[in-house]
Design a binder for this molecule. Structure first.
Ligand code: FAD
Length: 411
């Protein structure tokens, strides 16, 4: 085995580290725009990862724009047309989508990520699987490439005008470039998930929230149902020895669901996770960050995949503008940064509040009671959770007023 670093003659416009929801679409879009793109991942696809995989309608709309939705539906993944939030005293249910993108899907990550990797390859990006990046290469304070080990054990260095870190929560690229990090919040809840057969969901994403507990179930490929349940992170240590017993106990809080799951059969092992919450400045000299590498929030609202898709589009557009000389790299990337934050900040607050698993404060509880039973308001509320409507819009004074007026009229 040759341990000497091979200095590649290649020079790419962009090297993308990480080939899942953020990386492959970024690579695909840049390759479609005619750039020389290398995307590397230590995984070999199809590959699973620690993540459930609800893709809300905005994420589905991105797949449609990219011409990839048919591939997803061809896998038999069932559409999800209803979201139902059981808040204890009542359930708010409605349609999560819009006319253009009416439904959600929840493809297994083995399915979704493979579709994305293949699409990057077809677009002309060079995809190197089984390639582990060990180091980010700098010259005069600027990122110029990456060094890593290929599948056959060779150490290779590759250079590009820009290195994009799409390498997830534990991003090596982010660690190397030390981006400004802001609005950090600690891990708020921890959850465990697995898959069941014989638990039909009839196209519904079902969420049950109780003080200090929450669980959700929804359909995925192969006639399986994903069931995730969790508690505040403060209880992680106390509950970890018997996480399975504690997971099963949460269902007893909702007896009709407990009965359904007792009739179902578990088909996979449990996977558990808890994640930190942060935003990072997503660009600097010779580098950019997309997806979880640049911004992460608790998975309770299942926004990460759709957010990663949006980052990919915004970042690829910004890089295209910078390369084409429409504006400077700094100006184009600052626009990407501000558009990302404009989109995610109110959802970040909403999600991190929800992830405490505390009962809603009295004012919110009162508003939700007024929403309940009002068809338009219930659709609007589930669309907040689907990332279709921003929390700022939903909780705006005029909208809240409208909801109370309608509730008063309904008596
Ligand atoms: C328990 C849990 C449940 C979730 N549920 C949902 C959900 O239902 N819906 C939703 O939208 N989001 C969900 N999320 C969030 C979602 O998983 C992420 O937001 C999404 O995967 C981000 O995609 P990404 O491409 O940025 O990163 P990742 O999917 O983490 O991909 C990063 C890739 O980079 C590669 N990589 C990392 N380091 C290196 C290296 N040094 N060299 C080479 N390759 C490297 C990894 O192998 C990996 O393939 C969940 C997350 C968790 C933890």
């Amino acid at each position: 085995m040759n341990q000497e670093p091979v200095m590649s003659e290649n020079r790419y416009d962009v090297i993308v580290v990480g080939a899942r929801c953020a990386g492959s679409p970024t690579a695909m879009l840049l390759a479609r725009a005619g750039y020389r793109v290398l995307v590397v991942d230590r995984a070999i696809f199809p590959s699973d990862t620690v993540s459930t995989h609800l893709v809300h309608p905005p994420g589905v709309a991105a797949l449609q724009r990219w011409g990839l939705l048919d591939r997803l539906t061809a896998t038999g993944c069932p559409p999800i047309h209803t979201y139902a939030f059981d808040l204890g005293p009542f359930t708010i249910s409605g349609s999560p989508g819009t006319t253009d993108a009416p439904v959600a899907y929840s493809p297994r990550r083995t399915v979704l990520d493979k579709i994305l990797v293949d699409a990057a390859t077809e677009a002309g990006a060079e995809v190197r699987e089984g390639f582990n990046v060990s180091e980010v290469v700098f010259a005069d304070g600027r990122v110029t490439g990456v060094r890593g080990d290929s599948r056959d054990g060779r150490a290779i260095t590759e250079h590009a005008r820009v290195v994009v870190g799409a390498d997830g929560l534990r991003s090596l690229v982010a660690r190397a470039v030390h981006p400004e990090q802001y609005l950090d919040k600690p891990r708020l809840q921890c959850s465990y998930y697995t898959y069941y057969s014989r638990l039909p969901m009839e196209g519904c994403y079902e969420v049950h929230l109780r003080p200090d507990r929450g669980f959700a179930a929804w359909p995925t490929n192969d006639e399986l149902t994903l069931v995730i349940g969790g508690w505040p992170f403060a209880e992680f240590e106390a509950n970890k020895r018997d996480f399975e017993g504690n997971y099963l106990k949460t269902f007893d809080l909702v007896p009709p669901f407990a009965e359904r799951i007792r009739a179902a059969r578990r088909e996979a092992r449990f996977i558990g996770s808890a994640v930190p919450n942060y935003l990072r400045k997503p660009f600097g000299s010779g580098w950019a960050l997309v997806g979880d590498a640049g911004y992460n929030k608790d998975f309770i609202t299942a926004q990460g995949i759709s957010d990663a898709f949006r980052d990919a589009e915004l970042c690829a557009t910004a890089l295209d503008e910078a390369f084409a000389g429409v504006c400077s790299f700094a100006v184009a990337m600052a626009r990407y940064h501000s558009m990302r934050d404009q989109h995610v900040l109110s959802m970040y607050e909403f999600t991190t509040q929800l992830a405490t698993l505390k009962p809603p404060p009295p004012e919110l509880a009162q508003l939700l009671a007024a929403v309940h039973g009002n068809r338009a308001a219930m659709d609007a509320f589930v669309r907040v959770n689907a990332g279709v409507t921003s929390p700022t819009e939903f909780f705006a004074d005029e909208n809240v007023e409208r909801i109370y007026v309608a509730a008063k009229k309904a008596g």
